[in-house]
Design a binder for this molecule. Structure first.
Ligand SMILES: NC(=O)c1ccc[n+]([C@@H]2O[C@H](COP(=O)([O-])OP(=O)(O)OC[C@H]3O[C@@H](n4cnc5c(N)ncnc54)[C@H](OP(=O)(O)O)[C@@H]3O)[C@@H](O)[C@H]2O)c1
Length: 223
């Protein structure tokens, strides 16, 4: 039977590209984001092996319901891609908008923890793999960047979860891309990474032989 990948932030960009790539590789995909229309269009494109689960990942009980629906449809979850994330409309601890900063922290930190919390009981059953989207901005210091600091959290959390999950045969990976041409930016970035490049990295992590724990993939545009 096909393995199942649960993807957050699946409506656009890296998450949508990963859904397409995973489905081509034979995975069933559970698609989570807030935009029902985009998820349903993507699920329609992929076919019966995809399930649209509109949900806000900062809402733990909504996420738990999405996980239950995915398990109901596909019988289990073998891998999770905690990918939903956002930037700030204006950077800066003082200059940025307080509500915008609060929403960033809620999504990029709490949303990742809730995704892990809601899915870990299922991953434990399958000895599965949890993948998180970190960033090149979570590996180096960028003057004043709160966005970058949320990704430092993701990198730290992924390493800590890798230690915790290996106790029962699970794995945790962080993918750290540099700039990717997605709707994350208002303007296109045609000479940077494509979301498909990041999808390839995710597939590498979740399809690696069980003896190999792919802890981190750091992926930069060549130009
Ligand atoms: N693009 C880059 O250069 C780059 C580089 C390094 C890391 N990243 C990271 O890559 C990840 C994916 O970003 P992307 O570049 O693919 O940008 P994107 O196209 O803007 O994707 C963001 C995704 O997150 C979803 N999302 C936002 N808020 C959500 C919420 N509260 N609950 C559930 N889903 C939510 C969005 O869908 P809805 O709006 O439908 O909810 C969308 O599917 C993010 O974590 C980002 O920080 C991006």
């Amino acid at each position: 039977m096909a393995r199942t990948l649960f993807i957050t932030g699946a409506s656009t960009g890296i998450g949508a590209a990963t859904a397409r790539a995973a489905s081509r590789a034979g995975w069933s995909v559970a698609l989570v984001a807030r935009s029902r229309d985009k998820l349903e269009a993507l699920a329609g494109e992929i076919g019966d092996s995809a399930l649209a689960l509109p949900c806000d990942v900062t809402d733990l009980s909504a996420l738990e319901k999405a996980v239950a629906a995915a398990v109901d449809r596909f019988s289990g979850i073998d891998a999770v891609f905690a990918n939903a994330g956002r930037g700030l409309s204006k950077a800066g601890t003082v200059e940025g908008d307080a509500e915008d900063i609060s929403a960033l922290v809620d999504l990029n930190i709490k949303g990742v923890v809730w995704t892990a919390r809601a899915t870990l009981p299922e991953l434990k059953k399958t000895r599965g793999t949890l993948v998180m989207t970190g960033s090149a901005a979570g590996r180096r210091h960028i003057s004043g960047s709160i966005y970058g600091a949320t990704k430092w959290f993701v990198h730290g959390y992924a390493g800590n979860m890798a230690e915790a999950m290996r106790e029962w045969g699970g794995r945790c990976s962080v993918i750290a891309p540099g700039m990717v041409d997605t709707p994350f930016f208002d303007e296109g970035k045609p000479d940077k990474l494509k979301p498909e490049d990041v999808a390839d990295a995710v597939l590498h992590a979740i399809e690696a032989d069980p003896r190999a724990a792919v802890r981190e993939i750091y992926l930069m545009p060549q130009n």
